[in-house]
Write a protein that binds this ligand. Structure first.
Ligand code: CDP
Ligand code: MG
Length: 136
């Protein structure tokens, strides 16, 4: 049975800065994801604050928003069967030190804040996040 889903992925500033964009896209493609939309942008801090609003009460919120708006990012819509969960698995744990071998964060992540990629954590949030970047 088909379970085609779309999820939002972001290649974060630490990875764009290290020229990892193509390598990470290749990882997604090799795992069966189709990149159906993509753009390279630089967010204003207020946009990062909107995007990460769910974390506004967390102690790391301000640094996180500073960071996401600190340099260019690549925003992508990824599509495959079970895309949301498969992308979370492929990303690995939030803290690269705890991420499993073979995951993007294990291979490329620098630290819990500079962890290379973002991925939607549910189908509902994927729709909201895709809209946030691509609904116009
Ligand atoms: O990105 P993910 O969904 O795995 O983690 P999150 O809990 O939704 O947190 C969002 C982002 O905040 C993480 O990807 C980290 O970049 C950052 N973060 C942080 O800087 N320090 C923490 N203790 C937790 C998260
Ligand atoms: Mg999250």
């Amino acid at each position: 049975m088909s379970n085609l889903e779309q999820t939002l992925s972001i290649i974060k500033p630490d990875a764009v800065e290290r020229n990892l964009e193509d390598k990470i896209k290749t990882v997604f493609k090799n795992e069966g994801f189709k990149i159906v939309k993509e753009k390279k942008i630089k967010l204003e801090k207020k946009d990062a604050e909107k995007f990460y609003k769910v974390h506004e009460t967390k102690p790391f919120y301000n640094d996180l928003c500073e960071y996401l708006s600190s340099g260019p990012i690549v925003v992508m819509v990824l599509e495959k069967n079970g895309a949301v969960l498969d992308n979370r698995k492929l990303m690995g744990a939030t803290d690269p030190k705890k991420a499993e071998d073979g995951t993007i964060r294990k291979e490329f992540g620098l630290s819990i804040d500079k962890n290379t990629v973002h991925g939607s954590d549910s189908l509902d949030n994927a729709k909201v996040e895709i809209d946030f970047f691509f609904a116009h």
